[in-house]
Design a protein around this ligand. Structure first.
Ligand SMILES: NC(=O)c1ccc[n+]([C@@H]2O[C@H](COP(=O)([O-])OP(=O)(O)OC[C@H]3O[C@@H](n4cnc5c(N)ncnc54)[C@H](OP(=O)(O)O)[C@@H]3O)[C@@H](O)[C@H]2O)c1
Length: 217
């Protein structure tokens, strides 16, 4: 499998690149700063910005799948942003042009239809209060991810959207919870478990085609 990873220098992107290489894949890591990606066998690093649509079709040529890890790191600056959805619009259109069939994209629990996940008290009381107070920074990030999901669902040939709670740098737990519909989501997922699941989704092993799902331990 020949896979391209966006946001490859990030907290999750780095682990995804390493896990793909361990799995025997050939990887193209896309980053705005190649010095932030550790060289390895079967790894090609391409410096490319999301706002450079001209560069994408060439970077994507010959790939079987894209793993989309671009995001606003940490808590962001609390302001509305379209950075991720704009990057996704460029990516999805270039994937169509280059004939890349599969997109695995990282989103957030609370984006898209997952706004309806969890018990009534969580959806109608706890979540709105948290998003207006302690987790205020998260609201613009989720809004941008909801736009990203809409774009993917409308235009990507095949996709798996993986919605994440807090991603933690701890040893793998290997007990995964996949939630859709109203089903509740755990509070966290280990980065190692996430990276393994992303690889499985990229290989089509999870059976999650044209699907958005929340993943937690
Ligand atoms: N970490 C978590 O707890 C968590 C929880 C829920 C969801 N997520 C989602 O998972 C994804 C990855 O998160 P992460 O923790 O790995 O974030 P991160 O460490 O900040 O990495 C995100 C990467 O996105 C790229 N990026 C950032 N702004 C960009 C822009 N304006 N244009 C193009 N590329 C840009 C950067 O890559 P380059 O500098 O290499 O270009 C950066 O390394 C994000 O979508 C995030 O929202 C993370």
């Amino acid at each position: 499998v020949n896979v391209l990873v966006t946001g490859a220098s990030g907290f999750i992107g780095r682990a995804v690149v390493a896990r793909c290489l361990d799995d025997g894949m050939t990887v193209t890591a896309v980053t705005r700063d190649s010095s932030r990606v550790t060289p390895a066998d079967r790894l090609r690093v391409v410096e490319l910005a999301a706002d450079d649509p001209a560069g994408w079709p060439e970077a994507l040529a010959g790939h079987d799948a894209v793993i989309h890890c671009v995001g606003i790191g940490g808590t962001g600056d609390g302001r509305a942003s379209t950075a991720v959805s704009d990057a996704t619009a460029t990516l999805v259109s270039a994937m169509t042009e280059a004939g890349v069939p599969k997109l695995v994209a990282l989103s957030n629990v609370g984006a898209g239809s997952s706004a309806n996940q969890g018990a009534w008290v969580y959806r109608h009381v706890l979540r709105p209060v948290l998003l207006a107070t302690f987790l205020r920074w998260l609201a613009p990030i989720i809004a941008d991810k909801s736009r990203m999901e809409e774009l993917i669902i409308a235009a990507a040939p095949d996709y798996t959207i993986i919605r994440l709670p807090n991603v933690v740098d701890r040893p793998p737990v290997e007990r995964l919870r996949l939630s859709s519909g109203r089903a509740a989501v755990g509070l966290s997922i280990t980065r190692a478990d996430l990276a393994s699941f992303v690889v499985a989704a990229t290989r089509g092993i999870t059976g999650l085609s044209r699907t958005a799902v929340s993943l937690s331990n």
